[in-house]
Every structure is written in structure tokens, then in C-alpha cells.
Design a protein around this ligand. Structure first.
Ligand code: NOJ
Length: 444
């Protein structure tokens, strides 16, 4: 057996050593649950997203069968929080809002077990699995979907609110709008500039409407999850600098500005105002709700050229081709903090896809462990600089369905055998487990 990976010494980092700083792991329903719509779930847009070049979800991680053991594993690994998403099409059957009893029973049991295990439940309402019956009505390009989302949020707040610590409305609206509706890499596979901005606006509106419903029906904390990172010009030419500035506005500010400052960012408006739905100005107040939390998903920084758009990152890269830059996380946090009045922040996702082989000695992933440790240090540095960070979630608990990439990209700290569905913690999971144990002992 090869040596275990070195411990992360939390005690050297006061901000994240503090037991009030939460450490968890995150998953999403469609990536792990499996069993398609055969077990009482209505179809989602990802069930439909087959065909040339697109991957099929298959069984996810058969979490529907293994969820009890999966939650126990989260506990055993030493986490205090678990971020999951609820599947809208598993909970609501149709346009008329009929609630699916089996879906309610499933999530109730799951959330109850989290409570028994004393794991803090952090729930995302929309992690990309739009019910297909709403897509048939135009999906996020139709304002009606935002209203339906608020009804779904209300149902969740009423039904499960007592079991949830924090509700995040939408996960990564940028990805939904731009990969789902501009590049078409994600479901529903639309390639249309106007669709992308209609979608972006309706996601923001959906969030704003849902916040009101959640607050009216339960006392969970409420927030939204944004993705992004700093965008750097590839050269110091003014063209590249302008392009990088634009890329940042479209990547982060398209959502952060309306959420926290009440308007779309200037450069994006100059280019895309005509792509927003008519009357968008009237929704800005509804969108800008006071929030209890901002969730941030961070993976890499971006290099931008005016001529060629986004450029490959600098080595070392992940198998997704993403640059590993913990400094980028620190820079993104400090920039966001300077530009907006923000609520307390959680890093709701951070992790890395790597190529691995299972050996006799287990699954060694020192590069992943290094990545996690460096990002934890960046979080601590940001806390020291006065940023109100409350939690950090590793993406992800186990290897799963990575959207357009199928099962080829493995982000998990736990390996999943695709044939047997057996779960095996990788060396990074074991190192984190030992480090969290030491953190716990030191703070007792
Ligand atoms: C962000 C998404 O929320 C998650 O679903 C995805 O698997 C990771 N990024 C990695 O791409």
C-alpha cells in the first residue's frame, strides 16, 4: 500500500479552522440519481438531449438505490454539510403543478436522514433539469417558466422547509443561458443569441420570484449560485484588455450586477440590449432581492484574446482543459467584494477532473488533493482579508454524469465502478477525512 497523502493542517489557517466555517461536498440530482423517468419522474430536458455527439445520462450513480449509504459516506468522510439538488420533474408531474407523491416521499426520507446524521442540508432547486413539459412551452425563453419555477419553490418551501438550512434557487445561470441556448453544448441544445439572453433574464426573474415564495413559506436561508472566475487578457494590448473586460462582464456581471446592483452591466447592455425581452427594466426590482447567501462555484481563471476568444489555460490543466489557479479564486472573491454589496458567501463548488486508474493500492489522486488544499488556503486568505466566507463544498462526492461529457470526466473524491456501482474513496477523500478529523479534535 502506498503512503497516504499528507494531512491538510487546518490549525495553521484560522479562518477555515474555525468550526463555524462549514465544509461539505456537493452533488446534483440528474448527475447521480439515475433510473431515468422510470421511477415516477417526468422527463427532463436532459433525457431528451441525446443524438449525435450528445451523451445519455444512463444510470447516473444509481443514487436512488444507494442514497442511504451515500449519505453515511458523506458523514464518515467528516463533512458537516451536504449540498444536493432536488429534481423539479421528480416533484411536479405536469403544467398544472400536480405534486408527485413518490418524489416527495423520496426527498423527505433523504432530508430526514441528513437531519439524523446531523449533516446540514443545502438544497439547490434548479440544477439544470428543466421538466420537458415546460421546454415544450418554450422553456426558459418563456416568461411563464419563471412563474412555474416560483410555484415549485413554494411547494419545496412548504413541504421540506423545516429540514433545509439553505435553499439556493438556481445553479450557474450563465451555463444554462450560454451553453444551453447560445452554444447548444447543453440541453436544450439551442443556438440562438436572443434565446440566450431571454433565458438569462427569465432565470433572474425566476430567482427573484422564488425568493419571495421561499421567505413566505419557510425560514431557510436563501441564495443563488453563480459560476465564474477572473478573465485575464492574453497580452497587454488594449484590444485584449477590452475583450477580457467584456468577457468578465458577460461571465460574472450579467448576473451579479442585476442581483446586487439592480441593473445589467454596461458593456453587456451596449452589445445585447436588443436581445433582452421587452420590458426587462420592469423586472429589475423583483430580481434584486436581499439574500442571505451567495453561492460561488469556482474551477479556473480564464484567458481571453480579442481575436480568438477564450484561450487554453496555462499548465497544469485538468482533463476538462481548465487551468488550476487557486489565486484566481482569491482574485475573483476580492473583485466581487469590491464591486457589490454581498451577503455572506459559500464556495458551493470547487474541484477538478483528472484521469485516474484504479490500482491494487487504491486510487491515488495527489493532484486533486493538491488542488483542494491550495483552494482551501485561498479561501482562508480571503477570510483574513475580511471577506465573509461561511463554507466550502468539494465538487463532487463521487464520479458521475458530467453533462455533455457523459462519464468521461471524473470529478469525484469517491470512485464509482460503472458496472457494479461500488463506491471507493480515492486517496484525496481519505486525506480530507483524516484532516477533518484532526480539525475536529483540535477544536474540541
Ligand atoms: C458546475 C456544475 O454545477 C456541475 O454540475 C458540474 O458537474 C461541474 N461544474 C463540473 O463541470
Amino acid at each position: 500500500m502506498s503512503d497516504p497523502l499528507p494531512l491538510f493542517e487546518f490549525s495553521k489557517f484560522a479562518g477555515i479552522h474555525d468550526p463555524r466555517f462549514h465544509i461539505g461536498t456537493a452533488t446534483a440530482a440528474f448527475q447521480i440519481e439515475g433510473s431515468g423517468h422510470t421511477q415516477g419522474r417526468a422527463a427532463s430536458i436532459w433525457d431528451q438531449f441525446h443524438g449525435a455527439g450528445h451523451s445519455i445520462a444512463g444510470d447516473g450513480c444509481a443514487h436512488l438505490q444507494h442514497w442511504r449509504d451515500d449519505l453515511k459516506l458523506v458523514k464518515e468522510l467528516g463533512f458537516d454539510s451536504y449540498r444536493l439538488s432536488l429534481s423539479w420533474p421528480r416533484l411536479i408531474n405536469d403544467h398544472d403543478g400536480h405534486v408527485a407523491a413518490a418524489g416527495v416521499a423520496f426527498y423527505r426520507q433523504l432530508l430526514q436522514q441528513l437531519q439524523q446524521l446531523e449533516l446540514r442540508a443545502v438544497v439547490t432547486l434548479y440544477h439544470w433539469d428543466l421538466p420537458e413539459y415546460w421546454q415544450q412551452q418554450g422553456g426558459w425563453c418563456n416568461r411563464q417558466t419563471a412563474i412555474a419555477f416560483a410555484q415549485y419553490a413554494k411547494m419545496v418551501a412548504e413541504t421540506f422547509g423545516d429540514l433545509i438550512d439553505t435553499i439556493y434557487t438556481i445553479n450557474e445561470p450563465w451555463v444554462v443561458a450560454m451553453l444551453g441556448h447560445r452554444s447548444g453544448e447543453h440541453a436544450p441544445g439551442i443556438q440562438d443569441e436572443q434565446a440566450a439572453f431571454h433565458c438569462a433574464h427569465h432565470l433572474l426573474l425566476a430567482h427573484g420570484l422564488a425568493v419571495n415564495e421561499i421567505r413566505a413559506h419557510c425560514s431557510a436561508k436563501v441564495g443563488i449560485v453563480l459560476n465564474g472566475g477572473p478573465c485575464d487578457p492574453v497580452t497587454i494590448s488594449s484590444n485584449d484588455q477590452r475583450a477580457a473586460q467584456y468577457a468578465y462582464q458577460e461571465g460574472t456581471e450579467l448576473f451579479a450586477s442585476p442581483l446586487f446592483n439592480g441593473n445589467y452591466p454596461e458593456l453587456v447592455l451596449a452589445r445585447h440590449q436588443q436581445h433582452l425581452p421587452a420590458g426587462w427594466q420592469q423586472d429589475l426590482l423583483q430580481i434584486q432581492q436581499p439574500l442571505d447567501r451567495l453561492g460561488l462555484n469556482y474551477y479556473c481563471r480564464y484567458r481571453i484574446s480579442e481575436q480568438h476568444g477564450e484561450q487554453p489555460g496555462c499548465a497544469p490543466l485538468s482533463t476538462m482543459g481548465w487551468e488550476q489557479s487557486a489565486l484566481g479564486l482569491y482574485r475573483w472573491l476580492t473583485k466581487l467584494q469590491r464591486q457589490h454589496p454581498l451577503p455572506p458567501i459559500e464556495i458551493t463548488e470547487n474541484g477538478i477532473a483528472l484521469e485516474e486508474t484504479l490500482t491494487e493500492a487504491g486510487l491515488r489522486d495527489p493532484q486533486r488533493w493538491h488542488y483542494i488544499c491550495e483552494h482551501l488556503k485561498a479561501v482562508d486568505a480571503a477570510i483574513c482579508d475580511g471577506i465573509d466566507l461561511r463554507g466550502y463544498f468539494v465538487w463532487t462526492l463521487m464520479d458521475n454524469f458530467e453533462w455533455g461529457h457523459g462519464y468521461s470526466q471524473t470529478f469525484g473524491i469517491v470512485h464509482v465502478d460503472r458496472n457494479t456501482m461500488a463506491r471507493t474513496p480515492k486517496a484525496s477523500a481519505l486525506a480530507l477525512q483524516a484532516s477533518l478529523k484532526q480539525r475536529q479534535q483540535n477544536s474540541d
